[in-house]
Design a protein around this ligand. Structure first.
Ligand SMILES: [Fe+2]
Length: 329
């Protein structure tokens, strides 16, 4: 039984028209829109749904600010879905739709759902990379693009006050795996049926960093593209369309090795283009990023003040025992 990824992200937004225009420019394929809502469907079959923040369909939680009001996880079989609901019922209230979709609010204040989902395989074909003495692309230029077209939703991120309790809930109720810990900052968790480095990241809402105020807040969602060229084509298009500029610009995280490009999003939080992340399975050994700043980035275009001094190279591997005991947090 497994959760194979994010089936949909349901946003509550201030202005449906503006948020719709943002995601159209961002490159998500529109499947339908009205004055009150919009729906995008990506190649893998996952959806982004935009509703007005006061829409009665949206769950009410302790989350403050805009962003994703409900994340629906895709489950690979009806039996698995029923089993998860059975498990959850001992801990949270679960409501089921006629189509079997289960809705609940996790104890840490994030509304979630479970839905039977057959994720469509997505096949990318990134251009081979050349280096002196290692020519993988001969007499052949790279793809030229006009737009970015994300095909997958890779992960979503919230700040929550007790990220350890959040980890334990996701592990015990939904079989999520620990991918990495960033000391004092948060935990990266992977759905058991996905090889993405993480499907969800919980940030410590009490961390002494900008934007953290101890409350539940949506932070960002990551949309996967093919490579650095697609990221930057999308980034340039968003600038041409007049959207707020990225603060960090292009960079590469050290945790999960992924290329990133975050853009402030009028639907709430930020929308991230992502490529070339780590893909892992249960043989992955989680790490404890004891110096959290070391984990943030290998490099980035607009170096923020907190990374002007190069961080110490510091992390360790977690044993099973230290992973579950909180990793020395
Ligand atoms: Fe991310």
């Amino acid at each position: 039984m497994s959760i194979t990824g994010i089936e949909s992200l349901v946003y509550g937004v201030d202005d449906v028209a503006t948020a719709t225009r943002f995601f159209e420019d961002f490159g998500l394929p529109i499947a339908g829109k009205s004055e009150a809502s919009a729906r995008f469907v990506l190649a893998e079959g996952s959806s982004v749904v935009l509703l007005h923040r006061d829409d009665p369909v949206l769950p009410v939680t302790t989350m403050v600010g805009g962003g994703v009001r409900e994340i629906i996880w895709g489950v690979d079989s009806a039996q698995a879905l029923d089993a998860y609901v059975e498990r959850l019922r001992g801990v949270v209230e679960v409501r089921r739709d006629d189509d079997g979709t289960a809705h609940f609010v996790a104890p840490f204040g994030v509304a979630m759902g479970l839905r039977l989902w057959r994720r469509k395989p997505v096949l990318y074909a990134p251009d081979p990379v050349n280096a002196p003495g290692r020519v993988n692309r001969f007499n052949q230029h790279r793809k030229w693009r006009e737009r970015a077209r994300p095909k997958v939703i890779s992960h979503a991120v919230w700040a929550i006050p007790d990220f350890e309790a959040g980890y334990q809930f996701m592990r015990d109720m939904l079989d999520f795996r620990l991918a990495d810990r960033q000391r004092g900052v948060g935990v990266y968790l992977r759905a058991d049926g996905s090889n993405n480095h993480h499907s969800i990241f919980f940030i410590n809402a009490n961390a002494p960093t900008p934007g953290m105020d101890g409350q539940v807040r949506f932070h960002h969602a990551n949309f996967g593209v093919e490579d650095i060229d697609e990221i930057m084509t999308g980034a340039n298009h968003m600038v041409r369309k007049g959207w707020e500029a990225s603060h960090w610009g292009l960079g590469r995280h050290r945790i999960d090795s992924a290329l990133f490009y975050y853009i402030p999003c009028p639907a709430g939080g930020e929308a991230e283009y992502g490529a070339d992340s780590d893909y892992i399975d249960d043989s992955w050994v989680p790490r404890d990023w004891t110096n959290p700043l070391f984990g943030v980035a290998h490099y980035m275009h607009n170096l923020p003040p907190f990374l002007i001094d190069a961080p110490e190279w510091e992390f360790r591997y977690l044993t099973e025992e230290t992973a579950t005991a909180g990793g020395g947090h």
